[in-house]
Design a protein around this ligand. Structure first.
Ligand SMILES: *[C@@H]1O[C@H](CO)[C@@H](O)[C@H](O)[C@H]1NC(C)=O
Length: 270
């Protein structure tokens, strides 16, 4: 392998920077969220119809979906990553509620994040949480208002006394990014030899195998009118609180919308 002198210089500078400054790791697993803690034997969402502690039992939206998009035309986001679309609480039967709390809506995710000094989170979102029309802030705001407000376990009442207005929204974004980073779809596909191509095609099973080998369950995949892979949804049940609890992979509750064979994974530059 050969490096140009400018690559080496960048590398050297990066090393100097990363030893001198704070760690570059963006969101840490031990990130402390301000919610009250939950007992370790909290029931798994959807395993029972009710629980006495609504902050430790996600309900009625006990199915947590982390949805990712591959928008290649126009190309959206990094050419080597699916983009983050949302974190959705679906009902246990796969249907869902939306806009669950009008009093808790926000007008702009970006200004909320700026008010909280969350510049690192914001720049990460600007990189990977993309709207295909370019209205990223509208997408983020929409996702919290439509889906985030339906999470029972991040209601303001689930926080300790130092809750600040809109902290639930900030935490929703933080958790969505954290989950997304733990589900690197592009990496998992390419490691299995499923790489972007205008001519190569794959079977749905090959895609499922590549992802389930890492995730532990099948996922929902959706293709567009050109038989191009466009969406991947990861389904979970949740033990405890949506911020601090455990996400347990489950089978998808929706049938995938891709042909059995002839599935394209188009490059983002096309
Ligand atoms: C997924 O399945 C549920 C339950 O059948 C249904 O309500 C929902 O509309 C489906 N979603 C999609 C995108 O097909």
């Amino acid at each position: 392998m050969q490096f140009s002198s400018s690559t080496l210089l960048t590398l050297a500078l990066t090393l100097v920077k990363s030893t001198a400054a704070t760690p570059t790791q963006f969101i840490k697993r031990d990130d402390t969220f301000g919610v009250k803690s939950c007992p370790s034997d909290s029931p798994l969402s959807c395993s029972t119809s009710s629980s006495s502690d609504s902050c430790c039992f996600e309900s009625p939206g006990g199915v947590l979906l982390q949805t990712q998009f591959w928008d290649y035309d126009p190309a959206t986001g990094p050419s080597d990553a699916f983009t983050l679309h949302g974190l959705w609480p679906d009902l246990c039967d796969g249907s869902y509620k939306q806009y669950c709390d009008d009093s808790n809506q926000i007008h702009s995710a970006e200004s909320v994040l700026n008010n909280f000094g969350e510049s690192e989170l914001l720049s990460k979102m600007q990189e990977v949480w993309k709207d295909y029309k370019g209205n990223d802030d509208d997408l983020w705001t929409h996702e919290f208002n439509k889906h985030g407000t339906c999470l029972s376990t991040i209601k303001p009442s689930c926080y300790t006394s130092d809750y600040k207005d809109n902290q639930d929204a900030v935490d929703y974004y933080k958790k969505a990014v954290e989950l997304y980073e733990s589900l690197p779809t592009y990496k998992w596909l390419t490691e299995a030899g499923i790489t972007p191509s205008d001519s190569e095609t794959y079977t749905s099973q090959q895609i499922q195998d590549a992802l389930s080998q890492n995730f532990g369950q099948d996922v929902y995949i959706k293709c567009d009118k050109n038989n191009g892979l466009q969406e991947v949804w990861y389904f979970h049940h949740l033990k405890g609180n949506a911020l601090t609890g455990e996400y347990v992979p489950i089978e998808p509750l929706n049938d995938s919308k891709c042909p059995d064979s002839g599935v394209y994974f188009y490059p983002k530059n096309s």
